[in-house]
Design a protein. Sequence first.
Length: 352
Amino acid sequence: MDTSHVIIRTRPRLHRRIASGVGGVTAALLLAGCGGAASTEGAAALDPESPVDASIQFGWHPNVENMATIVAEQKGYFEDEGLNIEIMPGGPEVTADAQIVSGNADMGILSSEALANAVLNEAPLVGIGATYQKSPSAILALAESGIEEPSDLEGRDFGVSQTDMRVYEPFFESVGVDVEAVNMVDTGADPAALASGEVDAMSSVMPNQPVVLRDQGYETSEIPLADYDYNRWSGALVVREDSLEDEGEREIVLAMARAIERGLQDAVEDPLEAGDIVYEAYAADLGLEEATQLEGASVWASLTTADERETGLLRIDEEGVASQQEFFDNTGVDIDADAIFDVEVSEEAFDG
């Protein structure tokens, strides 16, 4: 990425208290009601002068994928809503669904597939918004490979993680690719296997591996799965079902959603500023590269609904839920998408 034109905005680095959590939905169910979620006493009328504590659980370490929430935190949008927010980072030992179910977090960030699997494991969760309603999943190749469409992978080596294996096999079948003719290689998510020539292409997340390779000087080619109507959402806002039934907890959830919406709107309008905010607040201390965070922010912004809507970027509608049902059906996730996304609450939250 050519960053010579980028203006770096400096600000005092703001650090928030972040906490680790416990994994496992089963354990969380046993701990339900014992965690550190916000108290609802007097929360029905939130007051910026007397903010209520609330927490949000990320699926991984804070980076530009979470820029909507981080921008909202750093710009004081949660405080405007009467909330004192705590960001809880994820990681290999932490699962967002378990944190929400246990009561340790008021809201969590999951993919639509992760939400579905959690509900299938009897987690009482529901999605009320989705940040990235165009899937970030893409087939990644070097530009010189000549791979321009899925069928070009026949007779080639394709690097894929175990997690993505269940996505790509039915994807290839759905677009008429002979799965048996594609040599699947377990490379994990590291793009080094592609750069070294170990594989001809690999599964990727567009704001991640392609950005890293371009930053290293490689020219890349991506085939977005969403272009073939194979669309898995990322960045879903997930809460406990019962938090929508209690007046005080519902107001906290809606206030959190409104703040995140403002953060996403800012991030879409100026991704470079959003990337800089994330880098200064969190990513620098995690050892992430500034250039990749800035470029990654622009790619994430392109995966929102901003090209379709001026407002309600996080809002879930019936058409979107139908797209997730199609994805679940294609990948063998036996669930009713209408049961895990609340369109009415989403409309209320984002005033679509």
